[in-house]
Design a protein. Structure first.
Length: 219
């Protein structure tokens, strides 16, 4: 059976033809290349007619081409190269994605137990999320543009939209909480909307993480 590799995310499909769209990243079938495997070693009859083997993707990262001539261009070239080589986006995204659920748990416990200490803990964690997200968004944009060719498939658009929603909602929550520190107290009429904003931010982070995990593990 033939094998086809997605030229965007590296997903390998087995079949007579490539899929209409990549199930991982949504790339069109025209972006698939057939993987031609070499015959078993020692098969001399086959070696004479051996086709050129399709090279596997470069595991070290993405080739960015020659560096620009301007100082700013060279600086950005080096920055992008190091971010892709050392996987800046998958690393940085773990911080807010790990802290945001903890912040929501603290938030729920603060309401249930009427604990000011847990309110403070939730607030500090949300501030950390807001401070960490600009790096996550920037590294994600670089990853999308350079590694995935800026593909505008449904998967990427949903992932980008969810990431933006997490940042906007988290920023709104922090500003709201800073302006109105008593928003979680019982007399506050804005508490339901405040809790809903936190829940939506957490849900958007989960969806973005699921899509990102699928891109990494190709399943």
């Amino acid at each position: 059976m033939k094998k086809w590799r997605c030229g965007v995310c590296g997903y390998v499909h087995e079949g007579d033809e490539p899929p209409d769209t990549c199930p991982v990243c949504g790339a069109d079938k025209t972006l698939f290349d057939e993987v031609v495997e070499a015959p078993p070693a020692g098969d001399r009859a086959s070696e004479k007619e051996r086709p050129e083997e399709t090279p596997p993707p470069d595991p070290r990262g993405v080739e960015l081409g020659p560096a620009p001539t301007t100082p700013l261009g060279r600086l950005l070239h080096v920055l992008y190269e190091q971010m892709l080589k050392h996987h800046a986006h998958p690393i940085s995204v773990h911080f807010p994605n790990g802290v945001l659920p903890i912040a929501f748990i603290f938030l729920m416990l603060a309401v249930l137990l009427e604990s000011r200490a847990l309110e403070t803990a939730a607030y500090c964690n949300l501030v950390f999320v807001v401070l960490a997200l600009p790096l996550v968004l920037f590294s994600g944009y670089v990853e999308w543009q350079k590694r995935y060719m800026g593909l505008r498939s449904r998967q990427f658009m949903v992932k980008i939209g969810c990431a933006a929603a997490v940042f906007v909602l988290s920023l709104i929550v922090v500003i709201w909480w800073t302006v109105n520190p008593t928003v979680l107290q019982v007399p506050s009429s804005g508490r339901p909307m405040f809790m809903l904003a936190n829940l939506l931010a957490l849900g958007a982070a989960v969806v973005a993480g699921l899509i990102g995990g699928k891109l990494v593990f190709k399943d």
